[in-house]
Structures are given as C-alpha cells and as structure tokens.
Design a protein around this ligand. Structure first.
Ligand code: MN
Length: 328
C-alpha cells in the first residue's frame, strides 16, 4: 500500500480544483451516501461545482438526507472535472462499471477510505483503518482545515458515522467518534430526529423480512454461528428495494451465544453476496472473506460466491466454523 498523502495535500487539491466529482461504492450504505453528500455540500459551500455520483443512486431509506436530490447516476456524457474523489470504496472497481469508466478519464483521483484492504488506488490516498466510518474521516478533514460545516453537512456525516458504528456500539467506535457527535449536538444537530429517520422509519416489508429471518435462521458451532439465506423468490414476493437489508444482520448479533453472523443473498449473475460479522476480536472475518475473493474490516466483511445459494452458504460456513472453533 502506498504511503498516505496528508490531509493538507488532499485539501489543497480540493481548493485548486473548480469542478469536482465525488463517488462511492455500488449498493451504497449510510456511510457511502452520507460521506459523499457531507463532502459535496461542504465543497459546494466553498464555491466548487460538485458532481455527486452513485452508480446505483440513493436507496429509499436514505432519501431523507439533505442533498440526495443532487445525486446523479452515471449517464452517457463524459465527466469534465479536475478532480475525482472516491469515498468509502475499498477497491477501485467497487464504484461500479459506469462510474469507473468515467473516473478513468479524470486527471487526478483522491481515495479516502477506512477499509484496511484498500490498496491505495488513487494518486492521492488517505486510508485510516482506525476510523470507524469514512464519515468520521471527512468530518476530521473539514474541521481541521476550516472547510464549511453546515447543519446539512452534519446530518449527512452523523448518519454516516451512526450507521457504520451500529449506533456507536461496535468496537471500532472510539473517543473521537463520541467527541464528533458531541460537537455536532453542541452545534444544534437534532440527532433524535435522525435516529428516528434511520432506525424507526422502516417500511413494513423490512419487518416482514426480519420475521422471515427469525423463522429461518440456522445455527452452527453450538450456536456460535447464525446465518440466513435471503433468496431471490422471497425478495420478489415482498418487493424488496435496495437499502432494505442495511443493518438487518445486526439483529442476529443480539443473540448471546453468537460470535459470528452471516447473511447470504442472491444477487444478479447467479452470484451470492455474503455479509459476515464478528463479535469477538479474535475472529477476523476479513481473512475468511479474503479466501473467497472478498474483504473489508476485521469485524465486518463481505464476499461474492458463485450460486446456488445453498452451496455457497455451505462452502463459506465450513470455513467459518473451522475458524470459530479455533478461537475457543
Ligand atoms: Mn464505511
């Protein structure tokens, strides 16, 4: 991995550019959307022309965030910008095929992320694996370098941080995370409203999905592993939309015996998306996902396997069970 640039170098590039494109990964989550919009709104307030670009657009559950109406999906035209910034995107191609094609033509790429597996694919890179969310890195950069921070910026970055830390519960949450939240509250941010919008405004189908998950979840390794298979047929039945599954896996970690939870999901192309979580620092799920071509964080990782889903699940769970049994 190349050495990090300094945040001063990255901010200098932002200040020098007039037109900037900001992008994040496909199937964007709260950290992806919140980081893109938090930075986009700040740079717009600085007088920059900013294109906020998401290959899959904004999922319905995050549409309330200020600025989502300005997010565009890549179209036919080229991207005429001086600087492109990729946020929260562990591997370059994760921005999506169309976004990647547009980005390849941009003269300067900055890569800001918190995934330890990020290889540093930008000309400017700032990878902070100790940061629980890319939103936390963005907030630090904005506040350290005196860039504009409005209430709309705070809303986006708070949601980015809140969703990636499981509402400040996961082990990656640090003192700085809480200080940022405190600063935001002191500045007047209504965090209870955001919590209601993020965690208490689900469509009924999300709860239907949870009901199915609780009915069908399967245990292994004496209850230390719990998993669920989200199948194409069921997704069609309930009319699932992108974003419906965000945080769903965290329901499974509520079980006392569980040290690892996994959701398998049918995705286009006959593939199966694996999301794996660890509740025990000794179990590194990024290593297990790495064996299947994926990666991520120690406590939260993902991979894609070839279907059918039952076979993919069995393959993955055999390896996971081995590792889980190794730790005690
Ligand atoms: Mn993230």
């Amino acid at each position: 991995m190349p050495a990090n640039s300094t945040t001063a170098e990255i901010v200098a590039a932002m200040r020098a550019a007039q037109r900037i494109a900001i992008v994040s990964h496909v199937r964007p989550d709260g950290d992806a959307v919140g980081s893109v919009l938090g930075l986009a709104l700040s740079l717009r307030a600085l007088g920059k022309e900013v294109v906020a670009l998401l290959e899959d657009g904004v999922p319905e559950n995050l549409a309330f965030l200020p600025g989502t109406d300005t997010v565009i999906q890549p179209g036919a035209g080229p991207l005429e910008v001086d600087l492109a910034i990729a946020l929260d995107t562990a591997a370059h191609e994760r921005v999506g095929e169309k976004c990647k094609a547009l980005f390849d033509a941009v003269p300067l790429l900055a890569n800001i992320d918190h995934h330890p597996t990020n290889p540093g694919y930008g000309q400017l890179n700032f990878i902070d694996a100790d940061s629980p969310a890319t939103g936390q890195i963005i907030y630090n950069i904005l506040s350290e370098h005196g860039l504009p921070i409005s209430d709309a910026v705070r809303q986006n970055l708070f949601v980015a941080i809140s969703t990636d830390t499981g509402s400040f519960q996961f082990s990656c949450t640090n003192a700085r995370t809480h200080r940022i939240a405190a600063e935001m509250i002191e500045a007047g941010l209504d965090t209870a409203r955001l919590a209601r919008l993020v965690y208490q405004s689900y469509p009924l189908r999300r709860l239907e999905m949870m009901r199915a998950m609780l009915n069908e979840m399967q245990f292994r390794a004496d209850g230390r592993i719990v998993s669920w298979q989200l199948k194409q047929k069921f997704m069609e039945e309930i009319g699932m939309l992108p974003g419906d599954t965000e945080g769903l896996i965290d329901t499974l970690r509520q079980i006392d015996s569980v040290v690892s939870c996994v959701i398998f999901e049918d995705v286009p192309g006959g593939k199966v998306r694996v999301s794996a979580r660890s509740k025990d620092e000794r179990l590194d799920v990024s290593v297990i996902c790495g064996q299947f071509g994926g990666g991520g964080h120690r406590m939260a990782s993902g991979a894609r396997l070839r279907g059918p889903i039952e076979e993919a699940a069995e393959k993955f769970l055999i390896v996971l069970e081995d590792e889980v049994r190794r730790i005690d």
